[in-house]
Design a protein around this ligand. Sequence first.
Ligand SMILES: NC(=O)c1ccc[n+]([C@@H]2O[C@H](COP(=O)([O-])OP(=O)(O)OC[C@H]3O[C@@H](n4cnc5c(N)ncnc54)[C@H](OP(=O)(O)O)[C@@H]3O)[C@@H](O)[C@H]2O)c1
Length: 252
Amino acid sequence: MKIKDCVALVTGGNRGIGEAFVRALLERGARRVYVGSREIANAEHLVREAPDRVTAIRLDVTNPDHVAQAAEDCGDVSLLINNAGAFCMQTLLRAPDLSSARQEMEINYFAPLAMCRAFAPILARHEESAIANVLSAGGIVAVPGMGGYSPSKFAARAMTTCVRAELAPQNTHVTALIVGSVDTRMASHVEGFKEAPSTIAKVGLKAIERRADEVDTDYMALDVRASSARDPKAQEMMLRRSLSGDRVSTGR
Ligand SMILES: NC(=O)c1ccc[n+]([C@@H]2O[C@H](COP(=O)([O-])OP(=O)(O)OC[C@H]3O[C@@H](n4cnc5c(N)ncnc54)[C@H](OP(=O)(O)O)[C@@H]3O)[C@@H](O)[C@H]2O)c1
């Protein structure tokens, strides 16, 4: 899958890892990048950087009308990056009700699935095309301190594998990006080392380019996978620490 000259759509492209993907795509010679943003105004800084190649689109990924409109307006997309995500900072049982867990499932699981469904026919128009789903180390091991986030990323990872199979006949490859800890607003509460968003985008584009099924994008993701393979029970006990006190944490 060539990045040069591709036409990409990045959901939640206005900040954090999504913004880094937009910049990396431009650097690598993408012909056009659609920046999905809940508020167009929040993506205007990226349009200003490359007005001939960047288009901001209003896209709340949980809004079916927005998703349908994006598919209508962006009919030339050959690479879809499902990056938008949310972490509600609640635990499963201490949360006052199920609204946070439902919201995480809506944004992190149903929304990327809706995007895959809406864009599959568009991606089929190209000889080669790709989808990358930005997942989490919390989607390969259950992190008790992250409430509904971890289950939603597990679901999204399973969805990624199933959609990869469904889209193989049309030569659209689907890559799961397993992300550990990154210096963005979502992880502002996390102490300890956090990878730069630009690194995740660089590694992510390489993974898409070589049509990898699943790639760990940073040290923490690699470490979580290795620890759980070595000793899953010790890993589970260690992750219980993320529940200590009232702090919700992805940190180690
Ligand atoms: N940071 C980490 O340590 C980390 C670790 C593992 C995985 N990830 C994953 O990486 C992805 C990007 O997260 P990030 O770290 O860059 O977080 P972030 O800085 O909080 O950015 C989240 C992005 O998602 C957008 N978004 C949230 N809900 C949306 C919706 N309903 N429709 C459209 N866009 C929506 C936000 O838009 P607004 O600006 O409008 O809010 C923002 O652009 C997520 O899928 C996250 O789960 C992050």
